[in-house]
Design a protein around this ligand. Sequence first.
Ligand code: ADP
Ligand code: MG
Length: 340
Amino acid sequence: MSILVQNLRRTFGSFQALRGINLEIQSHQLVALLGPSGSGKTTFLRILGGLDFPDPGHGKILIQNEDVTEQPAADRKTGFVFQHYALFNHLTVFENVAFGLNVRPKHIRPNSNSIRDRVVELLQLVQLDGLDQRLPSELSGGQRQRVALARALAIDPRVLLLDEPFGALDAKVRKDLRRWLRSFHKEIGVTTVFVTHDQQEALELADTVVIMNQGQIEQVGPPQEIYDHPATPFVYEFLGDVNKLRKPGRPDLFYVRPHEIQILFASDSSADFSARIEHLFAAGPSARLTLRMPNTRETVDADITRQQLDEMGLSEGDEVGLKLATASPKAPAPAVTPSR
Ligand code: ADP
Ligand code: MG
């Protein structure tokens, strides 16, 4: 189902948590809402799901062209998964997943055989077959989040909303679940919006990344495009792994990523800067150099291949030349705050 959001505002007291959100989400997409803590991600997700509402007269939400702005959650058919497993601890896995169907009014409730079939099917989908009689306390964190997902899917939601679904899990499990969610989404194809503050997670997982900052959207696009062409200094810095460089004798500040810096011999006259290798770390096929700029005393990180490192015979303390990659599709962005 496609989602269209227009001019959405949400104010708490005098604080504007959402300051004019406009967004279009295509059917079947996996969309990441990415932003720092407090940027309004959860508020936005809750409003998408009908758990909260825009300021009166300020914002419209359409799901598949239907205006749902004032529709409560129960009528909106959205599935929710939150960071902290909201499973019922006294109910078995089976009962948890069946919950949304069991509480339906009698005239629209499936019969118990259909419910059973649906739950079995969902547990297979989230790869928990055979665990239906366990209690949540008898599952791992990752398994519990998959139960929460199965439960959200039981009602056949038009849209799936996930708020930091892996946030409480440790790094390894998180990574596995991330991959799992990717292929899972491919399989079921339901339009999914998930909130994360983890750049890597958003870039790896989503078809479209929406970058939020202070209640506004900074940029929307496919992960590659967001990474390669950050629209604002905020996006550059938030995605991480970026150097701020000052050209000698000029006031401009440039953003450049470590792989966009070429390392030349100090004697090479085509270099833009000279620098000294302060630290060198080589693992696998690439090497990271931390370089100290003599003029500004700033340090920058550069990534080069292991092969280049060996061929140039570089080591800590060496003087080298730096060149900003001209092969890069974009010029380094001056670090000026854009006007809105
Ligand atoms: P995020 O999920 O990106 O961390 P939130 O949407 O939870 O951000 O919150 C955005 C801002 O709105 C925060 O400053 C938060 O304190 C504020 N906020 C959220 N919900 C409420 C509320 N019910 N009452 C008052 N302020 C709120
Ligand atoms: Mg949040």
